[in-house]
Design a binder for this molecule. Sequence first.
Ligand code: KG4
Length: 343
Amino acid sequence: MSDICILGIESSCDDTSASVIKNGVLLSNVIASQDVHERYGGVVPELASRAHQQHIIPVVYDALNSAGVEKSDLSAVAFTRGPGLLGSLMVGVAFAKGVSQALKIPMIEVNHLQAHVLAHFISEGKPNEKMPSFPFLCLLVSGGNSQIIVVNSYEDMEIVGQTIDDAAGEAFDKCAKVMGLPYPGGPHVDKLAQKGNPHKFTFSKPKLDKYDYSFSGLKTSFLYLVRDELKENPNFIQENINDLCASLQYTVVNILMSKLIQASKDLKINQIAVAGGVSANSELRNTLIETGKKLKWDVFIPQLSYTTDNAAMIAITGYLKYLNNDFCSFDVVPYARITPELK
Ligand code: KG4
């Protein structure tokens, strides 16, 4: 059989990324981030689309060069169709159409969330790589989503719980903003939390049925605590920032873990994976490992480079879809919103 070489393109938010996967093995994964948003405290969609346009060609060239692959070696181009920012997605989709037309290769649409889950199947060609087997549970936690997914196969995924309001990453980012930390706040909270007391402050936790999440109450209780304390002491944030971060992080991780443990017990699934930007959080990673030891879970934690948005996860999903002859037509358009089924 001839080689299967997939070019993956990711442009759903504020990272432009391209990756090459050959016969299921990662050859390159290039990411250009956009620091233009920092001063605005969040991603500005119009600026994101413009930056994608500037970055996409150099990023793709870089990915091909570092993979040592010629354009003519490519078997298909896989791209993020959604969900994400529409203007950002349009840049990647239009670029993929151009590649497909010019090289006469098929296009493969990829659901960004499904790709986060399938990032666990990225192989770097090393011996003894550990990958989950089906079925497994995946906690998908990012800036836009917090979901518990039953993964039955590469194609068959069922969302059994999700946030009814804010995502976990949003809770980190919005509370970080209240403390005056730069965007995105999650990594800053993680760093400062290392020196803080996680039990100094208590924030509200949601009471929801089944495996759904809610983070808006936590965000409001954090905001009210800081507002009330600032009335008494204008230096409250500076004097307590480490403890605020540690307590916030402790609460978020606690909320995430309690539903995950419940889902694992009820569904009798002991293979537990985590994915998405928030899976970079050190407390979440440590708690997963510790809980895994206690409950005899097989825990799968992605490398840090595959936690945030990256094209390697798009390319591996594209590769798996290629094996199934799962291609899309040239009139494909991006979608901004999440679909109920991860199809
Ligand atoms: O998956 P992702 O890169 O993309 C979006 O959903 O847009 O996730 C980004 C989110 C942000 O909310 C960011 O603050 C959060 O992941 N994040 C973290 C950490 N690293 C990234 N949150 C907590 N701790 C971290 N170390």
